[in-house]
Structures are given as C-alpha cells and as structure tokens.
Design a protein around this ligand. Structure first.
Ligand code: TRP
Length: 450
C-alpha cells in the first residue's frame, strides 16, 4: 500500500460489523425505548420502520457511495467527486458540517455514555439492593447529575478509551474493538431479553410494542420517528462516508446497507422487548422519558431474582454499545484534521479529544453549576443537542440527498458498486430526489419552530 493511501477494512464483513457498531448505540437502547414509551408504543414503531427503510436506507447508500468514490475523510471525499465531475467545490460544505456535528454530538454523547459506566459500577457494587425505592433511584440519578467530578471522570474514561482505539488506526483499532465488543454486546442483550421473557410481563410488552394502534398516529410522531431514524442509523454526520471510504473493492453498497438497517432495527426492537417486560412487571410507567433506563430499570432489577447480575450485565452492554458509536463519531474529525494539517494519527487524535473534552465540560456543567444559565429556555447541553441534532443533521441529510440524487447520480451509478439497477435503482433515486428532501424540510421546520 502506498504511504498515504487510505486503509481498507480487512473484509466486507468486518465493515458491516463496524457500521453496525456505529449504528447501534445509546440511540437504540436508551433513547428508542423511551421515545416509544412516550409516543404510544406500536404506532410509533410502524412509522419508524417506514422511515428506516424508505428514507434511511437510500440515504445510507448515498453516504457509503460518497466515501467509496471519494476515498477520503468527508471533506476530501466530496471534493474528490466534485473535481472529477466538474461540479462546484461548495458541496464540500457537506463534509464540513458533518465533521463539525460529529464533534458536537460526541461532546455530549461521551457524557451520557459516562452515565452508563457509572450505572454499571453501581450495579456491580450492589447498590441496587432489594430495599431500593423509587425515591432512592431518583436520588441516585440526581446525585450523579449534581456531581461534576464524577461526571467528568466517566466522560474522560470514555474519551480515553475511544481515543486509544482510534489512535491505533482502522485495522488494529476500530476492527479489533468491534470484533470484541459487538459479540459481547449481542450476547448480553440476548441474556437480558431471556431474563425479561422468563421473569417479566413479556406478553404485555409484545402487545404494547406490536399491536397496531393507528389512532395514536400524529404528525408529531412521524417527525420524531424520522429524526430518530437518522440518528440511529448514524446518518448525515459523515460517519458513514468515512466508513464507506475504507470499503474493500467488490462490496455491494446495497447489501451492506440492508444488513446495517436490519441489524440496527432488530437491536432497537430487542432492547424494547427486553426492557418493557421488566418495566411492566414492576408496574412502572412506560412513558417516564429519558429516566426510563437510569431510574426505572435499577428499581426493577433491584426487586427481581438475579437482579444484581442482570443489572450489571445490562449497563455493561450499554457501555459497549456506546463505545462502538463514540469511535465512529471520532474517526471522521480525526482523519480530516490529520489530512488537512498533515499530522500523525495520534497527534490528530489527541488534539480532537482535547477540543471535544472542553466542549463536553459545557454539557457536564449544564446538569449542575450552569443549570440556571439558560438562553431562550435551553442550557448549554440543550443548545449543543439542538444545533447538532435538529439543525445540522437534517440540513446535511438534505444536502447529501440533493447532491447524490441530482448532481452526481450518473457518476454513482457508473462507478460506485451500488449493487442495484433497473427498478430498484429508479426507486433509490426517487427516494433521494424527492422523498428524503421533502420529508427533511418538514422535520427541519418542526425542529426549529416547535
Ligand atoms: N447511531 C448511534 C446511536 O444510535 C449514534 C451515532 C454514532 C451517530 N455515529 C453517529 C448519530 C453519526 C448520528 C451520526 O446511538
């Protein structure tokens, strides 16, 4: 391999695993169950599935194709394609927005990933004993939020682990991490599922999740579902462009994308099927919001047989899921910085980590010292989340759809090993040219003004 050539994944399957690792994260296990609970169960799930396969899948294929054709970090990949096709270099904004948003998202994602490590430690050390009350779990959660030192300790741990993996590069770092963490995560998730089936109210959970209830459908649910489908598939921030840039020759973009969408969806549904039986068995509310996992589940585990072991396994599983995602958020900014300023990988990693850590302190303090320092009703964490998830994410998704659907579609068709033709290709283009942009304009409007 030439000195400056980009690395490649050792095989197509490793790539699929790494991309699944990127997609499966806190979004699937923490956020998906609580937004399902908040938005009335099965109605939300049906819309979500449609969003994943009708809009998410085509966009995922578009991003992987940009990477495959451009063979660089998100900015260089887009520039490579526009130069080759004599289009405006202004499209590089797709790459810049992606890198900026990865940095912003990782700054708070690492803090929340830190909560899962804290809870894993609480569970292992037997804090979820059978005398725990609902009040106690609230207190435990509040104590964590009010303690910046603890939050920072776990945030730093997550960032250091993420950096240590990224520093080692694609084959020695990313691949190895995914090889170890993904199977462990799947086994732990299945163990918690079996536990939910045997000890919890599994039937009630299935009805809640899958019994169609169309009367609960509202436009708001559709928008939340679409936004979450993007986040869950790791779209629009350059992660998938970056992973696509390392694709070995002869991989079908379509097949890989189908696998990623299926795995991401299955994990989210299994997480729901594991969590809700436990919630219902303890007569807890399904709609308790972001605290569902951090407040309700410890309570549930504490009153069930083998709760200490299962609670520990659950939070360890969640920490692993989070780390396979944090590495996917760090890789694009690091590779960009390394290429742009001709740095070594470790130096670029160190600089990016420092920036992300500093930004992340803003999120840490949003839960305690700066709780009252809000601007237009949002504190720092709220703003970073809002700007990245509600503004940059849909905006960039829109630009990617237009770029691939209208501007360079011929080139993608000829050169990217996209793996579809005929009707399937026309459908893919239709989704990019029309469905995705229109749907995104609607979420964008909703996200901004409501
Ligand atoms: N998809 C991950 C989750 O569900 C989070 C994530 C990783 C992400 N990389 C991303 C979200 C890129 C948006 C874009 O938790």
């Amino acid at each position: 391999m030439a000195k400056h050539a980009l690395p490649v994944w050792s095989s197509k399957w490793v790539f699929v695993l790494a991309a699944i690792g990127a997609a499966v994260g806190l979004g699937n296990v923490w956020k998906f169950p609580y937004i399902v609970g908040k938005h009335g169960g099965s109605a939300f799930i049906i819309v979500y599935l449609v969003c994943i396969f009708v809009i998410g899948l085509p966009l995922l294929m578009a991003e992987l194709s940009i990477g495959l054709l451009g063979r660089g970090d998100p900015v260089s990949s887009v520039v490579q394609i526009t130069d080759q096709q004599r289009k405006s270099r202004a499209w590089a904004v797709i790459g810049f927005l992606g890198i900026l948003s990865c940095t912003l998202v990782l700054s708070y994602y690492a803090v929340i990933a830190g909560w899962t490590v804290h809870y894993a430690v609480l569970a292992v050390s037997g804090k979820f004993s059978n005398t725990l009350t609902a009040n106690d779990t609230h207190t435990l959660f509040d104590q964590l939020q009010n303690n910046p030192q603890t939050l920072i300790t776990w945030q730093v741990l997550i960032l250091v682990i993420t950096g240590a993996i990224i520093m080692r590069g694609v084959q020695k770092g990313l691949e190895k991490a995914v090889y170890v963490m993904l199977p462990v995560m799947v086994i732990l998730l299945l163990t918690v599922l079996i536990y939910g089936i045997s000890e919890g109210q599994f039937k009630q959970a299935l009805i809640y999740l899958f019994h169609p209830n169309f009367s609960a459908l509202t436009p708001k649910i559709t928008l939340v579902a679409l936004g979450h489908a993007f986040f869950s598939l790791s779209l629009a921030l350059g992660t998938m462009v970056m992973y696509g840039a390392y694709l070995p020759k002869g991989s079908s973009v379509f097949k890989a994308s189908i696998w990623i969408c299926l795995a991401d969806t299955v994990v989210a549904l299994v997480a729901g099927m594991a969590i809700f039986p436990i919630v219902f068995a303890n007569h807890l509310s399904a709609g308790s919001g972001p605290g569902l996992i951090f407040q309700s589940l410890p309570l549930a585990f504490s009153h069930m047989p083998f709760g200490r072991i299962m609670g520990s396994l659950f939070f360890i599983m969640l920490s692993f899921a989070a780390i396979t995602s944090t590495i996917s958020l760090l890789e694009p900014p690091v590779v960009w910085l390394k290429t742009r300023f001709m740095l070594s990988r470790p130096v670029a990693t160190g600089i990016m980590l420092f920036i992300i850590w500093l930004l992340g302190l803003g999120s840490v303090f949003s839960f305690n010292h700066w709780q009252d320092a809000s601007l237009w009703g949002k504190h720092f964490f709220g703003w970073v989340d809002h700007i990245s998830a509600n503004i940059f994410l849909p905006l960039n998704g829109f630009l990617i759809a237009i770029f691939c659907g209208w501007i360079v579609h011929q080139y993608i068709k000829q050169k990217s090993e996209i793996g579809i033709n005929g009707l399937a290709y026309s459908l893919w283009r239709f989704a990019l040219c029309w469905l995705a942009p229109i749907a995104i304009i609607v979420i964008f409007y909703q996200g901004l003004f409501h």
